[in-house]
Design a protein around this ligand. Structure first.
Ligand SMILES: [Zn+2]
Ligand SMILES: [Zn+2]
Length: 441
């Protein structure tokens, strides 16, 4: 009887809809909605009230009145009407202000907003005005209720259910494609679209383009004389070549390019390519045919780059490839010019002395304006060479990611030690550089 007494006490003082009454007992009974809980309790009270009529009319009438007026409950109202008592009632819940009666209307409004978006799942969130949450808190503390759930949770769930019926898409708690936040005050919506991530590998088949968009050093991207008003140091980048068709197709706002490390602007990226994740912000379309996308990117790139193995990805993968880029091994091919001719037996020292060696590398002069000045140690696994003519050779260097190859060749005025130059005891210069393999990560 405890619940019955508790409910009578609540309804004596407060006007509550089925949901808001039922929600106070949300933790009791499963496979039921709060509306069903609330309706059932009001129904039981109506039956009790009706029965009392024959024993103690006043008591029965009072109970039915409580349920009819403060529960705006039709069966109680009709029972009283049959007994000759007409009541005029106002059916406004003092907690939720009848939000639940508008759930279909709200869900339809959301569905219309979402018509322009491609999504596989969604999540509803809501902003509850303080006066409503305070009412709810007051109810719980006054009647010592410890079996309720939050109004917010019920609103999100109930509107989500209707939206699922309309759209056929399910709720996703962990990583929803779309988050809809409903403001209960004015029923306005804000829609947040989760970024779309596409992973793949790219090849850079020409020299002279950076991996990512590079803002002009002079104007910082605003556009100036130096950059011809483009705001960029380089007119295109691997990122932009990939991103342009992707943005068109997804109708996204902007992209962010995450590469597993990067090659120099003048180095090609060959072999099996370099892993990347392209993040597309605010995409409207996410149901993409990635094979077709791959073809479009490759067709439009005019032979400058190629992408392959496109897959849908996520931000965890971004973190993973960033971390692994530092430790995974890379193989480079470098065209090297030597100042002096070196006897063949000395060239053998490259293989014997540098393979397996740890290289200490102070931040190169070339990048010192954007990297902290510190000494990094990176391992060279293997060095091999091929003599091209008296002072030129091709070097194949397999090393840990993050080793600055040009400086490993030149020695960077002693900042990299040991180096090709220090082992051969002559000036060595990297003329051309290609990444020929990034170990599969
Ligand atoms: Zn309510
Ligand atoms: Zn500029």
């Amino acid at each position: 009887m405890e619940i019955i007494d508790q409910v009578i006490n609540i309804l004596k003082e407060h006007k509550l809809c089925d949901n808001c009454l039922g929600r106070q007992f949300a933790l009791l009974g499963t496979k039921a909605t709060n509306a069903e809980r609330g309706y059932s309790i009001k129904m039981v009270l109506t039956l009790i009230g009706h029965k009392y009529f024959t024993i103690d009319q006043e008591m029965g009438e009072n109970l039915l009145k409580i349920v009819a007026i403060n529960g705006f409950f039709t069966p109680a109202l009709e029972t009283l009407r049959k007994k000759g008592l007409e009541l005029n009632i106002e059916s406004k819940c003092e907690v939720c202000e009848n939000i639940f009666s508008k759930k279909e209307e709200i869900a339809r409004k959301i569905a219309i907003e979402l018509e322009n978006y491609n999504f596989n799942n969604f999540l509803i969130g809501s902003k509850i005005p303080p006066r409503i949450s305070e009412k709810e808190d007051m109810l719980r503390s006054t009647f010592e209720i410890n079996t309720s759930e939050a109004l917010k949770a019920e609103i999100n769930r109930e509107i989500g259910k209707v939206l699922t019926m309309i759209t056929g898409k399910n709720v996703e708690f962990n990583r929803p494609d779309i988050l809809i936040v409903l403001d209960i005050e004015d029923l306005s919506l804000s829609i947040e679209v989760n970024p779309l991530h596409i992973s793949g590998r790219y090849l850079k088949l020409v020299r002279g383009i950076p991996q990512t968009r590079w803002p002009c050093r002079e104007c910082g991207g605003e556009g100036c004389e130096r950059c011809n008003g483009t705001g960029k140091m380089y007119q295109e980048s691997v990122e932009e070549i990939i991103a342009k068709p992707v943005l068109e197709i997804t109708e996204g706002e902007e992209t962010k390019f995450h590469g597993a490390g990067r090659e120099d602007i003048d180095a090609r990226m060959l072999g099996n390519g370099r892993q990347f994740v392209l993040e597309i912000k605010n995409p409207k379309k996410r149901d993409l045919d990635l094979k077709e996308l791959e073809n479009i990117i490759n067709d439009r790139s005019e032979g400058k780059i190629r992408v392959m193995n496109l897959n849908f990805s996520n931000k965890e993968e971004v973190r993973r490839i960033k971390a692994l880029a530092q430790t995974s091994s890379k193989t480079y091919s470098a065209l090297v010019e030597l100042k002096d001719q070196v006897p063949p037996e000395n060239l053998e020292l490259l293989k014997t002395k540098l393979s397996g060696e740890i290289i200490r590398q102070q931040t190169p002069i070339r990048v010192s304006h954007r990297r902290a000045n510190l000494v990094r140690t990176k391992k060279v696994f293997k060095v091999d060479y091929k003599i091209l003519n008296s002072n030129k050779m091709e070097l194949i260097i397999e090393c840990q990611g993050g080793l600055y190859i040009k400086e490993f060749i030149s020695g960077d005025e002693g900042r990299t030690e040991p180096s090709i130059s220090s082992i051969l005891n002559t000036e060595a210069k990297c003329l051309e550089l290609d990444v020929i393999k990034v170990n599969q990560i």
